[in-house]
Design a protein around this ligand. Structure first.
Ligand code: SF4
Length: 263
């Protein structure tokens, strides 16, 4: 009974911490998580060949399996975020370009301590060109606030920069085509920590599957600490994941040398 009361107390504290009453379904089996396919082709930070540049500038997406064409990305490690965003806006390296309204490169300061990486734009993001502005974005804002930080302090982006139709998970070839943009952004941002939101960035950036097993475990990407956690959309559907998600965020804070705010 004492354990039960303690758990209930923790859940109430989490609701307060995230500032939201989760619309979760009853505790039960976690729904299947996407991304069980092999790791996509590793990002190549070399400039595209002239033939690839030509393919990128056409009005058709690159053929499936073709190396993605990335115009204007020479010197990616030092490319500034605006240049990367311009390249994204011109990109037709995968089929997701065909139905997009706006590309969603991501937003935030150029020297953030923390980068959140989600899956891909939804309808609200596709319409606005901004990441995490729908219901999941509102929850992410509250999660960031619970950490004692402001949205304006962190950089927020996704694995794919164009909306997958029907909000499906991006296909492996789409992730592989878009990954060089994410890698270029992270190389330019040089954050102290990266928080992966869900199975898709875990697979895309680290080549790992099993977010329910790996969340909260410290990994590394090119020397930068990486903490996988759950996607806010998943938290909205699964009340049972909110407590472990908060524990993950506390690990992120620890990596940043910060304490959770006192309440
Ligand atoms: Fe290019 Fe990425 Fe959009 Fe595909 S999702 S068209 S690779 S920007």
């Amino acid at each position: 009974m004492a354990d039960l009361l303690d758990n209930l107390k923790q859940l109430v504290e989490l609701d307060r911490a995230f500032g939201i009453e989760f619309q979760g379904k009853p505790v039960g089996q976690l729904p299947p998580l996407p991304m069980s396919s092999p790791r996509p082709v590793a990002a190549n930070l070399q400039p595209a060949t002239s033939g690839q540049r030509s393919a990128a500038s056409s009005q058709q997406p690159a053929a499936s399996g073709q190396r993605p064409a990335l115009p204007s990305l020479s010197g990616l490690a030092s490319a500034d975020l605006d240049a990367i965003a311009v390249s994204i806006s011109q990109c037709r390296a995968c089929g997701l370009c065909q139905q997009r309204t706006k590309t969603v490169p991501g937003e935030g300061p150029s020297t953030p301590e923390l980068v959140f990486v989600g899956e891909g734009p939804g309808a609200d993001e596709d319409a606005s060109g901004r990441p995490f502005v729908g219901a999941a974005g509102q929850l992410l804002d509250k999660m960031i606030a619970a950490m004692g930080m402001k949205r304006e302090e962190v950089f927020i982006c996704n694995v794919v920069k164009c909306r997958p139709p029907g909000n499906r998970a991006p296909e492996p070839d789409e992730m592989a085509a878009c990954l060089p943009f994410l890698e270029a952004q992270l190389a330019a941002l040089k954050p102290k920590a990266i928080c992966l939101l869900g199975a898709t960035p875990l697979k895309a950036l680290l080549g790992l599957t099993g977010i329910t097993r790996l969340h909260g475990q410290r990994k590394e990407w090119r020397g930068v600490p990486v903490i996988p956690s759950f996607h806010p959309a998943y938290l909205l559907r699964n009340a049972e994941a909110k407590k472990p998600a908060w524990e993950d965020l506390k690990i992120v804070l620890g990596v940043l040398g910060r304490e959770p705010p006192k309440r």
